[in-house]
Design a protein around this ligand. Structure first.
Ligand code: AMP
Ligand code: GLY
Length: 422
């Protein structure tokens, strides 16, 4: 079958890479894709949803997979489904789980899914009052999509009040901050858990851990994610069971009961506090860079997983994973995450070592192809070096061996990805 992938990041590259090795897949299209996805398929310049649906129809593309949250929140799935096209992702109404933190928090409360104590408000007075009832640190979040930057962890009451004031006045996040959530700080370790859902049934992927801070030892500013690994040994059967019973099942049943069955990736941001999984947030798409580690762990054909989920037939699928570990190290540009950096040519040394050739690869993200045919680092997170192994240590070693083969001016990466598991 032919498949279209919407998006331009390392996440979409890694989905394309998995599909390119799948014998059920003939041709892969990306819209828009990046400077490296053209080695896996064809990049399209169409962005309008109806025009994309026209393309899919006239070219016999059997499945569309949506990578990022933007088009989901904007209703791309509704447009495709109204025309009878197969698309993997949640409807616009179901995508509110990510598109509105207030919708998400109220949904969790309605369905008794454990989450941090909170209020939603558009009143500064109310925010101040609630802030006074919490102990520090205090978490203040803008309601809408802010590209992962709408969360302030305030260390003092003053800072929390200032953050609430700036958001509510529209100064920090514009309309996305005209309503806010104030919540208690959860102290524990964070997991990324992904369930592939078809509206009724689901498959839980091996739990991953992301590294959101820029610098080693989780120091420095928050980023989109500087590296991840999976499966993490920090999740045992007891936590998986609690996630099933207390989180995934009530969420999928709740979404169905509220008339918006959830199809696509349910990304569960979990904080484990004293052995109890508490939900920080939902996203409605794969994490990036978590997807780059999960795709190579998938043993079953990727097309089967996505196609059956899109068609509501996951119950018929037997999805298997390799008994291996994957570690992904993000290589970012010089001024990430503060500002964009000048384009820099990427040079990858020839890899002669068989161990590395067979057990490591690059997922390209913020890259562009120059007129000279060379690949340039043009985005913040440029690429992810992924290593696979029989242990986390081995996967980590291979990922960093590959990092050593990749060169571009100003490259930066953490050197401790997966440290919590080692
Ligand atoms: P969010 O966009 O809601 O996932 O928040 C971004 C990051 O802020 C999360 O990945 C956590 O690391 C952190 N965070 C958010 N909410 C809380 C909370 N209630 N307690 C502790 N950390 C939090
Ligand atoms: N890596 C976290 C995210 O994609 O939001």
């Amino acid at each position: 079958m032919d498949i279209l992938i919407l998006g331009a990041g390392g996440r979409e590259y890694s989905i394309g890479l998995a599909l390119s090795k799948d014998e059920n897949v003939d041709k892969i299209y990306f819209a828009p894709g990046n400077g490296a996805t053209d080695t896996l398929g064809e990049n399209l310049t169409i962005s309008d949803f109806s025009e994309l649906a026209d393309f899919v129809e006239s070219n016999g593309v059997e499945l569309t997979i949506v990578g990022p949250e933007g088009p989901l929140v904007d209703g791309v799935v509704d447009v495709f489904e109204s025309r009878g096209l197969n698309i993997f992702g949640p409807s616009k109404s179901a995508a509110q789980l990510e598109g509105s933190k207030i919708f998400m928090k109220n949904f969790l409360a309605r369905h008794n899914v454990p989450t941090a104590r909170y209020i939603e408000t558009d009143s500064l007075e109310e925010a101040y009052k609630f802030i006074e009832t919490l102990s520090t640190p205090i978490v203040v979040k803008a309601d809408g999509l802010c590209g992962g930057k709408g969360v302030i962890i305030a260390q003092s009451y003053d800072e929390a009040k200032r953050a609430a004031g700036e958001m509510l006045s529209g100064n920090s996040f514009g309309d996305a901050g005209t309503k806010i959530v104030v919540e208690e700080f959860l102290d524990g370790y964070e997991l990324s858990v992904f369930a592939i859902c078809d509206g009724k049934d689901y498959v839980v992927l091996p739990a991953a851990q992301d590294h959101k801070r820029l610098l080693n030892n989780d120091k420095g500013p928050n980023t989109g994610g500087m590296g991840a690994y999976a499966p993490t040994p920090l999740v045992n059967d007891d936590i998986y069971r609690k996630l099933d019973e207390r989180v995934i099942v009530p969420t999928l049943e709740g979404m169905k009961a509220e008339g918006m069955p959830f199809k696509g990736v349910l990304f569960i941001g979990v904080m484990v506090v004293d052995g109890e999984p508490i939900i920080l947030e939902y996203n409605v798409r794969f994490g990036d860079p978590e997807c780059e580690e999960l795709m190579p762990l998938l043993k079953s054909p990727a097309s089967e997983l996505f196609y059956k989920a899109a068609r509501g037939n996951l119950a018929d699928a037997k999805i298997e994973f390799y008994d291996k570990y994957a570690v992904g190290v993000v290589m970012a540009s010089k001024d990430y995450p503060y500002k964009s950096s000048p384009a820099a040519e990427i040079i990858v040394d020839d890899i002669h070592h068989d161990e590395l050739k067979d057990n490591a690869h690059i997922s390209y993200a913020g890259v562009s192809r120059g007129d000279d045919g060379k690949l340039y680092a043009t985005g913040g997170r440029v690429l992810v070096c992924v290593g696979l192994g029989d242990s986390i240590a081995q996967a980590q070693e291979r990922a960093y061996m590959l990092v050593g083969q990749v060169h571009f001016a100003g490259k930066q990466c953490r050197t401790d990805i997966a440290y919590q598991a080692l």
